[in-house]
Design a protein around this ligand. Structure first.
Ligand code: UT7
Length: 323
């Protein structure tokens, strides 16, 4: 028997306010047509004034608990992936822990920007396999609207706010690819590329800053590295793109998503796509896509999923998971 980290529940939360592309036409030299054709984005959700990352994360977490039929104290840990925590400290994860009324276990944040959920998922899996926890809530939550330069048309039209949550719990498997749960992980970063996607401010420089991106350069790295890491994660367990039921990619740009699927040899009807409705929600994008994909009836128990993401650092990776 092999110990596995198996999905017990999933949920998401999106802020009420929806901003269509056309809203940018009033303040920026841009168009709905440009944004749609270059990124695939049609609209995005933006957090209400005063609404924080931990608030959205808590709502997503409650939905995941309801989906799993669990109470907060049934969890051993919360791992929250974000680059836009409410405060410098304490972690947004401990704020969620308090809001949920969870009085035991431990909670911490992970920061790997758009790859944050992949890093958090991989960490949760490792902790479960090591016996450090039996049930872990993994959340991706972001308020990227707070770090946008709203005068920069090359970035501000691309991002949105939201949160998604997934619960993993320990279960026994046979040790084969037919097991449910996380089957393989693959993580990378290369700090030599730190200047192509970053925020030009932070605590130790006593500024807040805005997101800056060399879009074309990030794009080039994305298609190449995402296909590579997804292939590696599959190869580690003797599988290929042909075994995959669903690719659940980081939702940054439809052209990156289609380019990666093509390299994996997979048709688009095997890809969960939410970028048109959410924009790029950084660490929240994959759990949002998992939750929406399940809600739409796309992702079903027993399906083989490969999920991949890349973001600032650069940091990237993939997880293979049987739902
Ligand atoms: O989640 C983390 C990872 N982030 C990403 O994966 C994003 C990766 N990059 C991208 O998705 C794409 O590179 C973008 C969507 C950001 C840009 O698409 P692109 O096809 O690479 O366009 P570009 O940056 O080469 O810009 C083409 C033109 C430029 O004008 P000139 O120099 O050709 O005259 C830009 O100034 O489009 C212009 N442009 C815009 N025009 C209208 C840039 N932003 C806009 C805009 N509206 N919003």
């Amino acid at each position: 028997m092999t110990r596995r980290a198996v999905v017990a529940g999933v949920g998401h939360y999106l802020p009420e306010r929806i901003v269509p592309n056309s809203e940018f036409e009033a303040t920026l030299d841009t168009s709905d047509q440009w944004i749609r054709s270059r990124s695939g984005i049609e609209r995005r959700h933006i957090a209400a004034e005063g609404q924080t990352t931990s608030d959205m994360a808590t709502r997503a977490a409650r939905n995941a608990l309801a989906d799993a039929g669990l109470e907060p104290d049934d969890l051993d840990a919360i791992i929250l992936a974000t680059s836009t925590a409410d405060l410098t400290f304490p972690s947004a994860a401990t704020m969620v822990q308090a809001e949920l009324g969870m009085t035991r276990g431990f909670a911490f944040d992970v920061q790997a920007v758009c790859a944050g959920f992949i890093y958090a998922l991989s960490t949760a899996n490792a902790m479960i396999l090591a016996g450090q926890a039996n049930r872990v809530m993994i959340i991706g939550a972001e308020t990227f609207s707070r770090i946008m330069d709203w005068t920069d048309r090359s970035t501000c039209v691309l991002f949105g706010d939201g949160a998604g949550a997934l619960i993993l719990e320990a279960a026994k498997g046979k040790g084969t690819n037919t097991d449910r749960g996380v089957l393989s992980t693959d993580l990378h970063s290369d700090g030599r590329h730190k200047d192509i996607l970053y925020v030009d401010g932070g605590v130790s420089t006593q500024t807040t800053g805005h997101l800056r991106m060399e879009g074309k350069e990030v794009f080039r790295h994305a298609v190449e590295k995402l296909a590579e890491t997804a292939t590696t994660a599959l190869e580690k367990i003797g599988m290929t793109g042909q075994d995959v039921d669903w690719v659940v990619p980081h939702q940054a740009n439809i052209r990156i998503i289609t380019g990666t699927a093509k390299k994996l040899g997979l048709p688009m009807d095997k890809v969960v796509v939410t970028v048109q409705d959410h924009g790029n929600t950084s660490a929240a994008s994959i759990p949002l896509a998992l939750s929406v994909g399940k809600e739409r009836g796309q992702i079903k128990r027993g399906d083989l999923l490969v999920t991949e993401a890349i973001g600032g650092g650069l940091a990237w990776g993939a997880v293979v998971l049987r739902w």
